[in-house]
Design a protein around this ligand. Structure first.
Ligand code: ADP
Ligand code: ZN
Length: 519
């Protein structure tokens, strides 16, 4: 069977070998074992279920959450000469009946189905009449409340499997690998003794950079000027920001389009197509853009604002370099980004427990923006990659050649100040006190009479805030969860306070920028 799979890979797709992981996952599916494939965006999961679908005698049903993605995949399969179709809400009644009819005649090897369809008993009855060999569930994390894109309709999948007269092989795919999500997928999709296979999350061709304290617009214009020939995505946090940035870049003469949920369907589709077909090279978008977009030659993904968590960041950044050629992933950080994300969490309808969880994830994202360590290493350990990777040598932290400076004294002053303030206040008030600010709150609480008042007055408030954030990212301090987090001391700070240990930090040079010309 595996040999046949190799042949199909060559014959239909024109690739000479499977990527790491693809072979293992395909083999498992072909042996009839339920399989959960965890692979990053661009990892090549489509082939993992398409090739088994061609080898099985019956039909395979692919559950996919996105209408645009279904159409693209089906078009791609048809152009390879593979019989496939999709059934979702974009079809009119007649077309729907026609496709069901043809499915009944065994005309298709693959049928893409939107999960909402499974909520219709009538539709389920039609599917039950087909000889279903395999059920493949794309974006399987949508079944979990802990995932970043929960959809209730995914809960209809397990009962549907139960109802089938013969249980097919069930296979699920996701790019989210946290233990909570993995467990939920296995349980809520009722996978039977599944093989869980993670292909590893490293994307060697991607370069990661975090830039703090840049003038974002200036940076962006410089970068785009240097990379005019390349296609790239600029993600911003809100529709308003996308509109403003799009207008700004358009006036500067860039071939730029935009995408967010506030645009009409027609506008979104047309902008997306212009980007896919290289009529415009830059797409400014909210996170509404991208899931399921297979544009292989995206050379850079710039985050104009910090996203809400590492899962979202890695998925969005991962849209660069899907063709295996170099891709650059740049995150432009400012402290306001944290406020925006907190506001979004507070405004959401989530339960208190869930909000706390979101705050934790947000903090991991903030830490990514402040860690002085290898960014790739940070990402891979976040996604609980087993082996601790070496420093990559090509992220902005690895390439940062600035000297290590001893910031022990500054750290001691910060820790002392937090203790004097009884570990009851947030970062900005602590920074104000260390700066020796005369602001109302400082005076009102009488912090101007603390011995630590003004201890770091030679620094700007921003520099002090930055230092505190670095100490958080490095585990000396932590923030309580919630909209107004309080900064507190961790045990790791104690030896520093006692002058038993030093805190060494790289001090970023202002002019440092990621290499732009070498793409
Ligand atoms: P995703 O996991 O994000 O769904 P895709 O299945 O769209 O990824 O694959 C990403 C890209 O990698 C596609 O352009 C695909 O054609 C290519 N690809 C997948 N498998 C292989 C392979 N074995 N050899 C070469 N290219 C591959
Ligand atoms: Zn690195």
């Amino acid at each position: 069977m595996l040999e046949r799979a190799q042949e199909i890979l060559k014959q239909y797709y024109g690739y000479s070998s499977f990527r790491s992981g693809q072979e293992k996952i395909i083999k498992s599916i072909l042996q009839g074992i339920d399989t959960l494939g965890i692979m990053p965006t661009g990892g090549g999961k489509s082939i993992c279920f398409q090739i088994p679908a061609l080898l099985f005698s019956g039909v395979s049903i692919i559950i996919s959450p996105l209408i645009s993605l279904m159409k693209d995949q089906v078009d791609a399969l048809n152009s390879l000469g593979i019989e496939a179709t999709y059934i979702n809400s974009s079809l009119d009644q007649e077309e729907f009946e026609e496709r069901i009819h043809r499915a009944g005649q065994g005309k298709y090897k693959l049928i893409y189905v939107a999960p909402e369809r499974l909520e219709s008993p009538r539709f389920r009855t039609k599917l039950k009449a087909l000889p279903v060999s395999m059920l493949a569930i794309d974006e399987a994390h949508c079944v979990s409340q802990w995932g970043h894109d929960f959809r209730t309709s995914y809960l209809a999948i397990a009962p549907f499997i139960q109802e089938l007269p013969r249980r097919p092989v069930v296979t699920a795919f996701t790019a989210t690998a946290t233990p909570e999500v993995t467990q939920d997928i296995v349980r809520l999709l009722s996978l039977k003794n599944p093989l869980v296979y993670s292909t590893g999350f490293n994307r060697e061709n991607l370069n990661f950079s975090v830039l703090r304290g840049e003038n974002k617009r200036d940076f962006l214009v410089d970068y785009l000027e240097c990379n005019k020939e390349q296609a790239g995505i600029v993600y911003a946090a809100t529709r308003k920001e996308v509109d403003a940035l799009h207008e700004y870049l358009r006036k500067k003469g860039f071939a730029v389009g935009k995408y967010h949920a506030g645009l009409s369907d027609a506008e979104r589709i047309s902008n997306q197509e212009m980007f896919l077909y290289d009529d415009i090279s830059i797409m400014v978008a909210t996170n509404a853009f991208g899931m399921g977009i297979d544009k292989s030659n995206v050379r850079y993904v710039i985050h104009y604002n910090m996203p809400k968590n590492m899962e979202s960041y890695y998925q969005e950044a991962g849209r660069a370099g899907r063709d295996g050629e170099p891709g650059e992933c740049i995150l432009l950080f400012t402290p306001q980004d944290i406020q925006v994300q907190k506001f979004l969490i507070e405004q959401s309808q989530l339960s208190e427990e869930r909000k706390r969880f979101e705050y934790q994830k947000l903090q991991a994202m903030v830490d990514y923006c402040h860690t002085p360590r290898c960014l790739r290493k940070y990402i891979l350990s976040y996604f609980s990659e087993e082996k601790t990777p070496e420093e990559c040598g090509n992220c902005s932290n690895c390439k940062d050649d600035s000297e290590l400076t001893d910031m022990t004294v500054e750290a001691q002053k910060i820790f002392s100040c937090i203790i004097r303030m009884k570990e009851q206040y947030g970062i900005s008030l602590v920074a104000d006190v260390l700066k020796g600010s005369q602001n109302k709150k400082v005076l009102q609480y009488g912090f101007n009479s603390l011995s630590t008042y003004g201890l770091l007055k030679e620094y700007t408030v921003k520099q002090i805030t930055d230092m505190i954030n670095v100490l958080v990212a490095e585990g000396y301090l932590y923030l309580t969860e919630g909209q107004y987090p309080v900064v507190k001391i961790r045990p790791k700070a104690i030896p520093v306070l006692k002058s038993q240990e030093k805190v060494l930090q790289k001090v970023r040079r202002k002019e440092q920028k990621p290499a732009t010309g070498d793409l």
